[in-house]
Design a protein around this ligand. Sequence first.
Ligand SMILES: Cc1ncc(COP(=O)(O)O)c(C=O)c1O
Length: 427
Amino acid sequence: MNDKTALLARRERLLGKNMSTFYLDPVHLVKAEGVWLWDADGKRYLDCYNNVPHVGHCHPRVVEAICKQASMLNTHTRYLHEGILDYVEKLTATFHESLDTAILTCTGSEANDIALRMAQAVTGKTGVIATDRTYHGNTAAVSQLSTRMPPVGGYGGHVRHVPAPDGYRPLGGEPGEAFTNAWAQAIEEAIASLQASPHGFSALIIDPFFANEGFPELPDGFLKKAADLVRKAGGLLICDEVQPGFGRTGTHMWGHQRAGIVPDVVTLGKPMGNGHPIGGVVASSDTLNAFRKAFRYFNTFGGNPVSCAAASAVLDVLTDELLMENARVVGEYARDGLSRLAEKHDLIGNVRGSGLFFGAELVLDQKTREPATNLATTVINEMRQRGVLMGKLGIHQNATKIRPPMPFSQDNADLMLQTLDDVLAGL
Ligand SMILES: Cc1ncc(COP(=O)(O)O)c(C=O)c1O
């Protein structure tokens, strides 16, 4: 039995069965720096997957900020501390002026849980609309939104799912206005259905980049129409920025800004602390005060001084190292490279994305666009064997998910593209 087999057996014994690992041959990582990871045998991997170490694995400024604050004081938000105030000031300065207050949490799931309750507090209703291929986290309330694994006992009746937008196979049959109208109509029907139920309509929750749904290409104004319907019906628009936030899409700090909408509530997580567990909810002071009035809320670890120091350092590095601009330039370069691979390999049906969140949808047939889901699994496993880590996602689980740390360079993109070319040629 080699070390990895023993480690897997120990993991299963101590952590239980059915705990997933990435890749058929799981990776045993021991250290990281920037965009690189090393396994226990000293093999180096290019990280094209992990968005949590947003400004690069083990960034020295984030590490130093954590160490410095941890050696001084770490406690909770019932004591006064400038750290959380300085951070929330810096964070909310990147949003529309109406979004000027925040609650800090430890995870994105908690942030979405709060967002749903904010909508309840403001509207007095509980009905929620989400897409049918989404994931917003793991609390009991938020799990009700996900269709990946139906909740034990079934859905609560207060959730309506609308089709996940798919620009490659658009509702309404064509990618422009008909698609926008068809999706808006689905929202309108879901609102009407909730309004006719005892739950009423409280909110539409979306990731404005629809990352888990496969980051579809959407027509201009696509979300504006839906947002208008939500407002007209008295509901709140919640934007989950756990994936597209903090400049990842290259053109805007936040996915909703890229989509041209202003949400009522924004939720944050993953990249916020570069791996240190911190999430958050940003809203107007009216919305936040309504929540605090309706729900007594305290989070022991959320917003502690060490988390705020980590998150603050992330924002500083993002600005000082011009990482959003890097995401735009390198993302464009890498997507162009992927499009060139599409001319060579029939398996690539559609290349899309923005900044350093992009990928290719793999299909068995360019005409019918039949998803090549199993081949996508083969591709990411072959990439892993050759030292490049990426994932797959989307409605049909056939889109490569390339979402590296933000300092990803053109040389890194070349290595990823060359390896992908070799893998596709060898299929
Ligand atoms: C869009 C989105 N929202 C929320 C979450 C949940 O975040 P966390 O795992 O920090 O609770 C995830 C996690 O993958 C996510 O992808």
